[in-house]
Structures are given as structure tokens and as C-alpha cells.
Design a protein around this ligand. Structure first.
Ligand code: F0G
Length: 482
């Protein structure tokens, strides 16, 4: 928000945009929600949109687009090869990231697939500040090992550390000394670190990581999917960057990295992805895989209309008024939950609001998936669809044992520019009711459990009749309210 003070003294975010297209929402009664969540096997991924009121599953591919993005889609140049649209996108990437080569891909995980196939050999390690689900799956699929080198602050639920997404430099140095640089495929930094609550890294930390990579001759790869939020946090939280423009910060981040890849379902507020680099050898290696796995080199599996929208979206990412809405709404929501003592990740990050399910449901053991149980319970009492980001999002060990997640989070994503203040207040209200009735909520057990990325299609059942009891209490307290 620019410098606008409310006369009342209230501090709430003020949007610097207006809505011109709206979509009608549907809130079904709680009895129908019970049926829906049962049919979905208590997995919010398997709910049908028609049964969801506020969709906070993700910020991926569902951010509101701007008038300029929509307009740009109309001038897309559809051709298999040599599309003008591609050259416009390439030139925007070259301008913002100062990288000569751009390779399009259909989304973020496609970039991860290609980079892992090319650079991760059997037994090699990929150090990173924190893993992301699809990243880890691709590294492991190629015989690699993920080493998370987060700082001690990263997993503290309540904290005032501004950059919990930083990589621990001492751990990185120690790993390289212990294992030798040959054993390391590349170093990966995830900007706006997703699974620890959309937490940023600082520019200074990235400089230090670069320094270590240069000394050891290692490539530094940046996952820039959540760059917009991280840019906002560097600008507002890193004292030394106060006077830098978003464009300058982007440029420095980019100059520190050898390879940048991104999901344009997040960065650029459309749908697609890509990889960029200044290294010709890397470019040539990746280039050969794009037509094989994605599509010809001038579209990489993306619709040209989306590519035009991404090009404009990337430019709009350089505008602080365009990128601050998400983090400010999240900060508002987090502070409202904190006021009610509801355990939530602090400081507020990007992407969404992250409720600490172990703090919310301490009576539900991790083996009964508290974050999944909380996601199911919140949908039941509100129609709000969040996402489990805890043990269900992990993969079992080879011997079948559970990998208990470091954090059990219910992620309530706030797609950029999509929801209104009253919808946030509604979500906070229903979470408050659930907090007061938390003892009623029990755990879940798997009934169907896929081997890879089980959180997408796995199905679960409640360990008791806790859902019926929750519905009963809801009706007692809220009568015939939806
Ligand atoms: N990296 C990060 C940091 C992500 O958050 C995502 C996607 C990806 C890579 C993969 O990109 O979806 O375009 O293939 N995150 C989404 C989410 C799915 O809901 O957090 P993708």
C-alpha cells in the first residue's frame, strides 16, 4: 500500500486495483459439505469446485490477471515454430533477468524434470534451503539425495526472524568439505520458500551462497516460482535494500545465479514456466530436451496466449503496488489469527497463511495426520479449501516407515488479488470457531495410499465419528447458517 493512513487509525491493506470481472461462488450446507469431504476421501485435492466456497488450495494458476494481461492474450501469435509471442517473452526475460538464453516449459515441475535428468546422477546430493514436493520427487527419481540446509530459525513456528528461508552457509561449507564438490549436482535456492510457510531469503544470504558456490565450482540454481513475494520482502525487510527498486533487486538476484527456473502459474500470474541462463553449454544441453519433453523451442508446451500474459505479468511483477497485495492480505490474516492465539507461522510469509496443525490439534498424533485432519475439518465447517502441507505431503521411507514432517501445516493460500477482505474475515471467523471446538477434531487414516506424491490422490477416513460430532456442534452454535 502506498502511504495512505486511515483517519480511524485502523491498519488494513488497501488494494491498488479494482475488480472488473467476477465469478459467482457457491456455499453448500454443512450436511452436503460432510458428504463432499467423505466422497473426496478427506483429501481437499479431490473436492469438486462446485462444492468449494473459498478456494485456498493453492496460488498456482489461479491468481487474478490484469486488464493488460488479458489484452495481450489477444495479440498472441500462434505458430508451431518462430512465434513472435516467444520472442516477446524471451526479450522480457532477457531484460529483467539479464540472461541470454530462455527455454520455455509447460510449468515449474517440467523444469525440475529437465534439470534433474540432466544434472542429477545416481548418489549425488542436491543441497537446498528447503525441498518442495515436486522438486524432491524429481531429484529422487533420478537417484539423487536432497540435503536441506535451513537455518535453526526456519522451523520455528512463532518467530520474528525476517528471513527464515535463508540457507545456512556454515552447513553448506561443511557439506562441501565432507562430501566433496564432485558429489554435489548443484545448489538450489527456493525463493519464497514454500513448505516452511512462504518464507523469504535475503539478498545478502544469496550473495553468500554464491560466494561458496563459486569457491567450490558449483552451479547455483534458483527456483524463482515465488519470486514476487520474496522481492516484496527483500524490499520491505532488508535494510540495505530499502532504496533499491524491485527491478534492481531482481537483476542482482539473477546475476548471482547460474540457472533460474520458475512456475509461471505463480510468477507472472498466468500458466506456464521456463528456464533461463547465460551458460551456452547449459542452454544447449537443455535445448535438446525441450522438443522431446515439452514442445518446440518457441512454445515449450505453453499456449501462446498464456505466454503473452506471462510476459506482461513479469513486467507487472516489477511494480511494488502489484506484488504487495498478496503479502499484505496474508499479514492481515496472520495478525487476526495471532490476536485469537491461533497458532500460525510468523512472521507472515508469501503465498498464504499457514496454520500450525500440531499446535492447533496437539491431541492428534502425527501418525494420524493432524494437518490433513485440520484441512478436512475447516472445509467441513466453512467450505474453505486449504491444503495439507505436512506428513501426508511426505513420502514413506523405503522400509515403509512414515517420514514425519518437520512442520504440520494447513496452508490457506491467498491467490493474488482474488479474495476480498470480508472473505478473509469469514475464514478467520470459521477458524476461530474451529479453534474453540478443536477438541472435537480427531485424526485420519489412509484407505488408499499411492506410492508417489500420495497427497494428490490418497484417500483417508476419520479415526472416529468426530466429523458427525463437529457438524452437531456447528448446528448448535450457528443454527441454520450455511
Ligand atoms: N517450485 C515451487 C517453489 C512451487 O511452489 C511449485 C508449485 C513448483 C516448483 C512446481 O511448479 O506447479 O508449475 O509445476 N507449487 C504449487 C503449490 C503446486 O500449490 O504450492 P508447477
Amino acid at each position: 500500500m502506498p502511504n495512505v493512513k486511515f483517519y480511524s487509525g485502523e491498519t488494513i491493506p488497501l488494494e491498488m486495483h479494482k475488480a472488473m470481472i467476477v465469478q459467482k461462488l457457491n456455499l453448500i450446507p454443512i450436511e452436503d459439505r460432510l458428504e463432499s469431504i467423505r466422497d473426496a476421501g478427506n483429501n481437499t485435492f479431490l473436492l469438486k469446485n462446485r462444492n468449494v466456497f473459498i478456494d485456498s488450495l493453492t496460488d498456482s494458476g489461479v491468481n487474478a490477471m490484469s486488464d493488460r494481461q488479458l489484452a495481450a492474450m489477444m495479440v498472441a501469435d500462434d505458430s508451431y515454430a518462430g512465434s513472435e509471442t516467444f520472442y516477446r517473452m524471451e526479450s522480457k526475460i532477457q531484460e529483467l533477468f539479464n540472461k541470454e538464453y530462455f527455454l520455455p516449459a509447460h510449468q515449474g515441475r517440467a523444469c525440475e524434470n529437465i534439470l534433474s535428468q540432466l544434472y542429477v546422477n545416481e548418489g549425488q546430493i542436491v543441497p537446498m534451503n528447503y525441498h518442495f514436493t515436486t522438486t524432491k520427487a524429481h531429484v529422487v527419481l533420478n537417484g539423487g539425495i536432497v540435503e536441506e540446509l535451513y537455518t535453526d530459525d526456519a522451523l520455528q513456528v512463532e518467530s520474528d526472524v525476517p528471513f527464515k528461508g535463508n540457507m545456512d552457509i556454515d552447513k553448506l561449507r561443511a557439506l562441501i568439505t565432507e562430501q566433496g564438490a564432485d558429489k554435489i549436482a548443484f545448489v538450489r535456492i527456493e525463493t519464497g520458500t514454500n513448505l516452511i510457510g512462504g518464507q523469504p531469503h535475503s539478498l545478502e544470504n544469496l550473495r553468500q551462497v554464491r560466494q561458496v558456490c563459486s569457491e567450490a565450482g558449483l552451479k547455483l540454481v534458483l527456483d524463482a516460482s515465488l519470486l514476487a513475494d520474496n522481492l516484496h520482502f527483500i524490499k520491505t525487510r532488508e535494510e540495505a535494500c530499502r532504496n533499491m527498486s524491485i527491478r534492481e533487486i531482481t537483476r542482482e538476484i539473477s546475476d548471482l545465479c547460474d540457472i533460474i527456473y520458475f512456475s509461471a502459474r505463480k510468477l507472472g500470474c498466468a500458466r506456464g514456466g521456463g528456464i533461463c541462463t547465460n551458460d551456452k553449454e547449459v542452454y544447449l544441453q537443455i535445448r535438446d530436451l525441450i522438443p522431446l519433453l515439452e514442445g518446440f523451442l518457441t512454445y515449450g508446451g505453453m499456449s501462446v496466449r498464456e505466454m503473452e500474459a506471462i510476459t506482461v505479468g513479469l513486467e507487472e511483477t516489477m511494480d511494488e503496488d502489484m506484488i504487495n497485495q498478496g503479502p499484505q492480505f496474508i499479514e492481515y490474516m496472520v495478525s487476526e489469527l495471532e490476536k485469537r492465539d491461533i497458532p500460525v507461522i510468523t512472521p507472515a510469509g508469501g503465498l498464504g497463511c499457514h496454520v500450525d496443525a500440531m499446535g492447533f490439534l496437539p491431541h492428534v498424533p502425527q501418525t494420524q495426520y493432524p494437518a490433513a485432519a485440520l484441512a478436512s475439518a475447516l472445509y467441513l465447517v466453512s467450505g474453505v479449501r486449504g491444503m495439507e502441507r505436512g506428513t501426508v505431503s511426505e513420502q514413506r521411507k523405503e522400509n515403509g516407515d512414515e517420514t514425519l514432517a518437520n512442520l504440520e501445516l494447513l496452508r490457506l493460500a491467498l491467490p493474488r488479488r482474488v479474495f476480498t477482505m470480508s472473505q478473509i474475515k469469514y475464514t478467520v471467523d470459521r477458524l476461530t470457531w474451529l479453534w474453540e471446538n478443536r477438541k472435537l477434531v480427531g485424526g485420519l487414516n489412509f484407505t488408499e495410499e499411492p506410492k508417489i506424491l500420495r497427497f494428490f490422490f490418497g484417500k483417508m477416513t476419520p479415526v472416529s465419528d468426530w466429523q458427525e460430532r463437529l457438524v452437531e456442534q456447528f448446528k448448535k452454535d450457528l443454527g441454520d447458517s450455511l
